[in-house]
Write a protein that binds this ligand. Structure first.
Ligand code: SF4
Length: 419
């Protein structure tokens, strides 16, 4: 008999094992069998979670779904560079606690290994923890304490790297790829799944926000240290441990001017919710090289329901894209993927309109870190929402927009158009 992907479950103690039941995955409200073509061996650095208060759903030999109340559901948190195709299939039991802010991917046991329903979208090993020598990072932390005793931003990045385990923070001390430049304690949005500030959801933020605005000199010092050490360096405003960088744009503008007065090397990038077009214009004039706009939906009503903006709306985001396009910089979309929604027809229609109108250069297919059922409820997804499948969506973009590059990480200017 042909081997099929088997369901992974857990007991009440969190011990994970497979059982002789066909594995299934979810996309929005819909259930799908997990086929070998959808699966990859669980990427190194991924984690398996048991999902308390959630009953796993499997399929009987005729493909009919049934829940298994004697077990607890399991999901995977796949490592950077991989995009999820399906969510775990489960039923919420009575009064479940909100799941913490991770992206939960369907997993199964197949050919003797744990597999995840995901696709690799970026081959770069920027955040591969096997390549991060933490003793070397620690030595650099100690050296920078002596060399830059007054730089508060470096002190903040020490916590990011050593306490929060942030790969971007580690890469700064290791002198690899991209360095983070967090600057803003505030944000003009209140995203349902904000990883740096959670006020009403019953689940903790993943890492607390920076509590001060660094001086332009402190920011420029960090950026120039990194630019001098790395072959194709990227330095990026807009990190998981801050609010919206455009909210403190005068500081960023000054910092960019200082960096560019010292070096023309490197890519100065802004990860942003793109809510302040005028502020963005001032950064472009100062020498900003690229932007990455984070977005869960290109449908204005869905955007507003998730971002819950204060004093801006979706039109401002589009105006920022127009200004960036006019300035000719590299524009990436940080598309926060949710299977069953991102690949739904209404969303694809809007997405393709935006790709065409603003000639977007790159799509970063990142997984939305959120409790799936909570998100479906908050976004009021209709039950009968037709979806084409995440893998098919990515193929459609490749077919209809061949010049658009695909990935997960902010590329340096030397690699912008190497699709
Ligand atoms: S835009 Fe970013 S910082 Fe602001 S609420 Fe959303 S996720 Fe949080």
């Amino acid at each position: 008999m042909t081997e099929y992907p088997r369901l992974l479950v857990s007991d009440r103690k969190g011990r994970v094992f497979d059982i002789k039941v066909r594995a299934a995955g979810m996309a929005g409200h819909n259930l799908y069998p997990l086929n070998p073509a959808d699966l990859l061996p669980l990427p190194f650095g991924s984690e398996l979670f048991y999902l308390p208060g959630r009953l796993p759903i499997g399929l009987d030999p005729d493909g009919n779904p049934f829940s298994l109340p004697e077990y607890t559901a399991v999901g995977g948190f796949v490592s950077p560079g991989y995009t999820q195709l399906f969510l775990p299939a489960y039923l919420e039991g009575p009064r479940p606690h909100r799941l913490p802010l991770f992206a939960y991917t369907a997993v199964a046991f197949y050919k003797g290994k744990v597999h995840a329903a995901c696709i690799r979208v970026d081959r770069e090993r920027r955040q591969d923890i096997r390549l991060m020598d933490m003793r070397a990072a620690g030595r650099c932390v100690r050296r920078f304490r002596k060399e830059y005793p007054a730089n508060r931003l470096i002190r903040h990045l020490e916590r990011c790297a050593l306490e929060y385990g942030c790969p971007a923070g580690k890469n700064f001390f290791l002198g690899r790829y991209e360095a983070p430049l967090p600057t803003s304690p505030v944000c003009n949005a209140a995203c349902v799944g904000c990883i740096s500030l959670q006020e009403d959801s019953g689940c903790p933020a993943t890492q607390p926000r920076i509590t001060f605005v660094p001086h332009p000199e402190e920011i420029a010092e960090v950026a120039c240290i990194h630019i001098a050490r790395v072959r194709h360096p990227v330095v990026s405003f807009g990190q998981g441990c801050e609010g919206e960088p455009l909210a403190v744009s005068p500081v960023l503008e000054e910092a960019i001017r200082i960096i560019r007065s010292r070096t023309s090397k490197g890519t100065i990038n802004l990860n942003t919710n793109a809510s302040y077009p005028e502020a963005l214009a001032s950064l472009l004039a100062a020498g900003l090289d690229s932007i990455r706009v984070s977005i869960t939906s290109f449908q204005p009503e869905c955007y507003m329901r998730y971002y819950r903006p204060k004093k801006y709306d979706f039109a401002d985001v589009l105006e920022s894209l127009r200004i960036a396009r006019k300035a000719g910089i590299h524009i990436a979309v940080n598309y926060l993927v949710f299977p069953g929604f991102t690949d739904s027809r209404p969303e694809i229609q809007r997405f393709f309109t935006i790709l065409k109108r603003y000639r977007i250069d790159m799509v970063q297919w990142r997984n939305l870190n959120i409790d799936p059922v909570y998100y479906i409820e908050k976004m009021k997804f209709p039950k009968d929402m037709p979806a084409v499948g995440m893998r098919h969506l990515i193929e459609m973009v490749k077919k209809h927009f061949p010049s658009v590059s695909h990935g997960y990480f902010n590329p340096p200017k030397e690699k912008w158009y190497n699709t």
